[in-house]
Design a protein around this ligand. Structure first.
Ligand code: SAH
Length: 520
């Protein structure tokens, strides 16, 4: 994805070329199709006139951050409700941002009145939904590429916006820190913060990311995490009916442990993909276990790889990072899902809950934060401004919890879109102890649920056996008193860090204060 950033067709519609699938064998077909498609289309959300339906779809994605295919899938639209939706948008001039975030129906466009076209011969009403959304449809190959590019473009745009918002709320010292980082980056010859500079930076970061997974130590730690590994194993061994005769894709196979579980559970074929060098060990491991006939290993990024089959029945992966979303590997699972999963196929694990709870731990506060007030008789309290915003990944003593936990986000890996991985959520923590609140803790739970006779789950919370994810602790610079029975209201915003999209910014609105943390 990053490679296309330099040549990405951006906001200028006049110059916007039709994106091709990049497969030169399709050039003829592509050209014919583009000709057929050449008719003026007026945008649903602004005054622009576009030269074709495809250019319009691209314009929606790049300019308005609306992927029409995602909208159709999200609301399960059939031909009639699609027509109503288009006419509804044209007549109501509704804001594009509303489209992806509506609660369950009934929807405003359901009235039969919206079957009447707002624009005569509207080309958007002449689209066959199968052509648009079906894997064999004439828009499919072109739009698949365009969506991948759009994801990248949208990521850049959202990250820019998120970073601006975060920068405004940061304390002075943090602003200074970012400024210095910027200066350092810009001072390096050949580096700048323009789009190609960012792409270059991304490629370097990706290399560092994958090389970290090339070391055996990290895989040893994951394999020894019994809660994690045994849950994956139990899910597959206890639900053989899910795997029998299925083609399974293991995204980020590492040592191939999940692929081997799937093979033993009865899968017909397992395709195991990993970009890191650990895959060379995995090849030996698979051979040593005489599973080479069942498991095909491929080295590469899932975003770039060509699979030996067109579609798979099941995607398995262990993609979860600290505070669930650190590492952004879920982005890659969504790409794999949208490219390779059969309609009706399943991604496992399928459900994840992200939760928060309040913490009252005066001793930890004393050791970590108040410590800086007097260090061998010197005042270093300015250090708090840089220490506090770094979320800490550690095992929390469950006795220090002072509220009931609350789920702030549920992610369904079979349905979620990329844009929903950055979100805001209001929360309410029911306080159980009268004391000082010194921190907020975050953790996640994982569920193997869809179509399973024997559902399995594990939690990374402080109340149960620890995992290598531990918990993520957001320490408060200034603790505040809370009363048992009180409801502590707040809002959490999770977004990616533009400079390092695998790390996260987490902002809390709590007791009239805005507190921003980096999970890195
Ligand atoms: N499945 C293994 C390893 C999980 S760690 C297990 O459960 O033990 C995640 C693995 O995903 C790493 O080895 C990493 O290199 C790989 N990975 C992450 N993103 C990837 C991508 N986009 N394409 C291919 N491999 C990826």
């Amino acid at each position: 994805m990053a490679e296309s950033a330099n040549t990405h067709p951006c906001a200028d519609d006049e110059d916007m070329p039709e994106l091709s699938s990049g497969d030169s064998g399709d050039d003829q077909e592509q050209w014919q199709w583009t000709e057929e498609d050449s008719q003026q289309v007026s945008c649903l959300f602004c005054d622009r006139l576009l030269n074709s339906v495809t250019a319009t779809l691209q314009h929606f994605t790049f300019e308005h951050q609306v992927n029409l295919i995602d909208v159709i899938r999200k609301y399960n639209l059939d031909d009639y409700s699609y027509i109503k939706l288009i006419n509804f948008i044209r007549s109501s001039k509704c804001d594009p941002s509303h489209l992806m975030g509506l609660p369950d129906g009934p929807f405003q466009w359901e009235s039969e009145d919206f079957l009447r076209p707002v624009i005569q011969d509207d080309p958007l009403l002449q689209i066959d939904l199968e052509d648009l959304c079906g894997s064999q449809g004439k828009f499919a190959s072109t739009f698949k590429q365009s969506v991948a590019d759009a994801h990248h473009h949208a990521l850049l745009q959202r990250a820019t916006k998120a970073e601006e918002a975060v920068a405004r709320s940061f304390e002075d010292l943090q602003k200074l820190k970012l400024l210095v980082q910027d200066l350092v980056l810009n001072a390096e010859p050949g580096r700048s913060t323009n789009v190609s500079g960012v792409a270059e930076l991304r490629a370097d970061e990706d290399e560092a990311y994958f090389s970290s997974y090339g070391h055996y130590g990290i895989h040893e730690e994951m394999l020894k995490d019994k809660v994690r590994t045994e849950t994956y194993r139990d899910f597959m061994y206890r639900n053989p009916e899910v795997f029998r005769d299925k083609i399974v894709l293991d995204v980020g196979c590492g040592t191939c442990i999940l692929s081997m579980f799937a093979a033993r559970a009865g899968a017909k074929k397992v395709i195991a993909v990993d970009q890191s060098d650990i895959i060379y060990q995995a090849m030996d491991i698979v051979r040593s276990n005489k599973l080479e006939d069942k498991i095909t290993l491929l080295k590469g990024r899932i975003e770039d790889i060509k699979l030996p089959v067109e579609k798979v029945d099941i995607i398995i992966s262990e993609w979860m990072g600290y505070f669930l979303l650190f590492e952004s590997m879920l982005d890659s699972i969504l790409v794999a899902r949208d490219l390779f999963l059969h309609d009706g196929g399943s991604v496992y694990p399928d459900l994840c809950n992200l939760s928060l709870a309040a913490v009252g731990d005066k001793q930890r506060y004393q050791e970590r934060i108040a410590f800086w007030d007097d260090v061998y008789g010197f005042n270093m309290s300015c250090m708090k401004k840089v220490v506090v915003p770094e979320a800490v990944v550690e095992v929390l003593n469950a006795d220090t919890l002072i509220s009931e936990p609350t789920v702030i986000q549920t992610i369904d890996c079979n349905k979620v879109c990329l844009s929903e991985l950055e979100f805001s959520s209001n929360f309410c923590l029911k306080i159980t102890n009268t004391t000082d609140c010194t921190a907020i803790v975050g953790y996640f739970d994982v569920f193997f649920d869809k179509g399973c006779c024997n559902k399995v789950t594990f939690s990374t919370g402080p109340q149960v056996a620890k995992t290598h994810w531990k918990q993520t602790i957001f320490q408060l610079e200034k603790p505040f008193p809370v009363q048992a029975g009180e409801e502590l209201q707040g809002k959490i915003t999770v977004c990616k860090n533009k400079k390092d999209p695998r790390s996260l910014f987490v902002t809390f609105d709590l007791r009239d204060k805005k507190l921003t943390y980096c999970v890195q």
